[in-house]
Write a protein of this length. Sequence first.
Length: 256
Amino acid sequence: MFQLFYRGFFSMLTVKSVHTYYGNIHALKGVSLHVRKGEVVTLVGANGAGKSTLVNTICGLARPSRGNIEFLGEQIAGIAPESIVRRGIALAPEGRQVFATMSVEANLLLGGFIHRRDPERLRKDMDRLYNRFPVLKARHRQLAGTLSGGEQQMLAISRALMSRPQLLILDEPSMGLAPLVTRDIFSIILEIKEEGGTILLIEQNARAALKIADRGYVMETGKVVLEGEGLQLLEHREVKRAYLGRGAVQWPVVSG
C-alpha cells in the first residue's frame, strides 16, 4: 500500500487532491494535507473556507468526488463513518453536539460504542477520563445540556476519546467560549499531545491554534493557500493581516 513519509516520519493521515461537492457547490477544490503521528496539525480559515467540509469528508460524512484519503496506509475515502471510527479516527464536532437530554455518563458510553462488548474496558476508559476531568465525574448523572459551554466541550472531547482514537479531530473547540475557558481547552489539547496523541485541530482562533501546532494549513474558498510550521505561520505577514486583525488578503494558491 502507498504510504507517505515526510522528513523521515510516517504520515498517519494523507489527504491528496480531494474535491467535494455539496450539490452544485464545489466546496473542496483539490485539497491536500498530511498529519504525522504525534503531531498537532492546525487548519485555519474564515467561515466558508471549507474546513468543516474537509472534516466531514475525512470522517465519512461527505463523499469526495475525486482524490484520495488514506489513514494508516488504507484508503478510507467514501467509507461509512462507523468504519472510520473503528479504524481509529474520532471527531469532537463543531458546536460540541452533546446529547443534551442524556447524562454525562451516557454521552461517554455512546462515545465508546464500538467497544460496547467489553464493559470492563469502557469502565476503565471512563474512569481515566473522569480523572482527567473531575468536573465530569462530579456531574456524571447530570444532563449534558445543563453543563456550561466549557464543560460541554470537555465532554465532547472525552466522548471522542472513549473510542481510543489514533487520530483525534477537534472542530472549532474554542467556539463560543470565554477566553479563560479557551485557555483551559488548549491546555487539554497540549496534554493529549504530550501523552502521545495525534490531533488535527480546526480553528478560527488562529493565534491560539498556531501557537500550539507543529504545523498548520490555511484554507480559503475550498483551497489550501498556505502551509508551514505553526510558529512560522503565526509570524507570516499574510496570516497576520488575514487572521490577526490586519485586513483582507489575496492569497497565492498552494497546488496539491
